[in-house]
Design a protein around this ligand. Sequence first.
Ligand code: HDE
Length: 702
Amino acid sequence: MPPKRKTSGTSRGFTTEPIAPAQRPDDRPVEAAKGRLQTSALLTTAQGVRLPDTDHSLKAGPRGPSLMDDFHLREKITHFDHERIPERVVHARGAAAHGTFTAYGNAASATKAGFLQRGRETPVFVRFSTVLGSRGSADTVRDVRGFAVKFYTDEGNFDLVGNNMPVFFIQDGIKFPDVIHAAKPHPDREIPQAQSAHDTFWDFVSLHTEATHHVMWAMSDRGIPRSFRTMEGFGVHTFRLVSADGETCLVKFHWKPIAGVHSLVWEEAQIAAGVDPDFHRRDLADGIDAGAPFEYELGLQIMPDSVDQTFEGLDLLDPTKIVPEELCEVQLVGKLTLDRNPTNYFAETEQVAFHTGNLVPGIEVTDDPLMQARLFSYLDTQLTRLGGPNFTQLPINCPHAAVNDNLRDGMHQTAVPHGVAPYLPNSLGQEGEPVPAEASEGAFVHVPREVSGPKVRESPASFSDHFSQATLFWASMTEVERSHIIEAFTFELGKCFEQPIRERMLGVLANVDTDLCSAVAKGLGLAAPGGAPTAAAVTSPALSQIITVPGPIAGRVIGVVAADGADLAGINKLRRAVEAQGAVLRLLAPAGGTIKTARSTQTVERTLLTSRSIEYDALVVAAGNPDLKNIKLTVLLGELFRHCKVIGAWGNGDQVLTAAGIDTTAPGILLAESMAKPYTTELFAAIGCHRVWERAELGMAE
Ligand code: HDE
């Protein structure tokens, strides 16, 4: 019997005390800074007892033993002992930001999801991550990046828990523990950290050829993004959208970065892992602080909800397949802007809990067997990681939508529920008791779908095509990108000790492309086996990330090398122009302090000792110090040159380049008489193309 609908009740109230507005994520800056307990102006214990001293334990005399009496010492140490929680079993290292999603409204005919209706603004929290490394590992390792978005919608939280690659290693979630066991450090010595370049990973991949398409992405430049700002994101699985009148369609989610898709080169990634392991995390926080928000557009590939759930012969339930954009356009339906850094890493970035099962009316999952396993895994792992079932009450996980859930008790319960009958239906009819919602009131009503079939442990026949899209990916790359893929496979397999694994993997590559296989085999000093690659019927130019039309340079870092006597007026002019683009100028000098001329002074932001080339998207030498010569500067410029970055100089700054051994006639070396508008225009256009790949093509670089 459905419960009675009551709006007013008896004398005993029956509500879960609503989460106080101050605990909601949008109010968090103030609340997180204060925290529930941090309101006293004076130092206290957790019980609120005021403390006179927190530097000396209570002892029997200054040289005597510490006393059990010391409640402050015991509390302080005990709390510290329990500061860490288990790190995520995968995606342990991450960085996050708050922002807003604004819908354009053009998805409204496909889905009734409120947050996709025209002009709707929804607060979001986004966590980017690497998959394999521990919490303290380096940002720039070759790996997949997580791209998890929590939308705090009016209809409840919707989590789009995606990656920066549109396909996955495996087709069935039951293999997930296996692929992760193979990819994580070896269990005997716990090495290598945050790397796929080792035997067990390639053993797994070469034995499970469904991973082939995925490793093509991982070995491509997508595995080493320049910034979270320059990464695409993908929902990977096919989802089902439901419109207001009950029509359904199948959909793939994409995030398209406004800044374009750009990567590091492998040597930069390796240098950064040692020199600045926080490279991406720092870039995210610094970029937002500098007023250059991280921006993406949400894109949908919308396909008919056919009985067989295929599109143009592609099985939409197979997470190792993409739908090329050339076959189905990505329609942009909204903009994501990340513009606020978390206040507290642990409270927000570490405690946020994403779950593929957090859906809102209008968005459903499909029967993709990888997705189905995920639906179980996220809540399950979070029960351990966050210590019980009440983590939705943590400010970062707390919905903005009103909650009345009849869930009670459990570890870390912070709500104080009212009433005596937290069950439905009940005959007590108390004030505030929840009643089930009608569809017209926004209830999540699953689309009724026929489900039938024999109970079997099998994959559909269509899942046995493991190579055609790996070949498509390879065929869609430019020469420069192909050379990076060859280098990556050669590096990773070169780090394997077991010859049979290398040989088996070459056998896999032989089924992708003969040139790829023979180039990797040559690098390994092995014979290239024969294979049976099918020629790619089509290519997908959208998969390549090399551009010739300049994109925006917001968030890019331009270094300017100078010393006392430099053209400070020119530097100022350049700084203004750089900042107008949302980019950053860093003044780099042989020593710290200031740079002086007769008329003005500027503060040095980096020295040659504290700086490496990875920090800069371009380096320009100011006029005024033609004699500047320093081995560190030579290395710095040499790395920028080899990594195909823009290098420039004005006035007599070119003499510094020549002294450092830079060929000033090479592509992407921009020289000018003086610092003026035409030069900055040329400079920004070159940086907007990300790299000067001609240098690599001419064999001068990388
Ligand atoms: Fe996850 N994944 N995953 N995953 N995943 C987790 O959940 C899992 C998969 C992804 O920033 C865990 O709370 C299984 C695909 C991201 O907090 C865990 C399978 C994609 C994050 C888990 C997959 C992802 C996770 C670990 C195969 C891209 C980080 C901690 C069936 C579409 C979220 C946690 C964050 C995290 C399970 C496959 C993305 C263990 C079983 C495919 C971005 O529940």
